[in-house]
Design a protein around this ligand. Sequence first.
Ligand code: SF4
Ligand code: SF4
Ligand code: SF4
Length: 155
Amino acid sequence: MKRRDFFSSFKSSKKEEKIIRPPYFEDESLFKNRCLNCEGLCANICEEKIILIQEDKTPKLDFNSSGCTYCDECANICPNEVLDIKYKKNINTNISIDILKCLSWNQTMCFSCKDPCLDDAIDFLAMFRPEINSNCTSCGFCIKYCPVEAIQIGA
Ligand code: SF4
Ligand code: SF4
Ligand code: SF4
């Protein structure tokens, strides 16, 4: 295989990351059209500091250090109606537990994710085997508490 072919095959096999937006939008296309002339007000006001402004000036959520409290502040401050309180809904991703990585699923007792979940969205079946139930709002708070990074975003 030629060197160029090798690198291009690597590029095409790389999965495209799904952007997780703050939970107050209706039309995805408005981010690219309207965030250009904004100084990232939503990111500045977020008290959890989970909104990152990307190179294209649009916001994405990052759950590495905290989660979303659904406080509405980012929607209230958005000057361009990209985020609007009337579109409030659960965050646009799915949170799940990777049973191959999870300690509890592999016979080591661990409840690290249970208490941080204020929505009671993690059931421990027979003490072990945690599963995320339909109460989950995808807030992302549990993610940083897992010692083995077994809580997946968007899988
Ligand atoms: S709702 Fe609040 S915590 Fe969530 S992203 Fe917006 S400002 Fe941050
Ligand atoms: S406050 Fe509104 S316009 Fe500004 S970056 Fe955030 S979403 Fe875009
Ligand atoms: S299980 Fe869902 S609701 Fe509970 S902390 Fe994790 S992301 Fe939030």
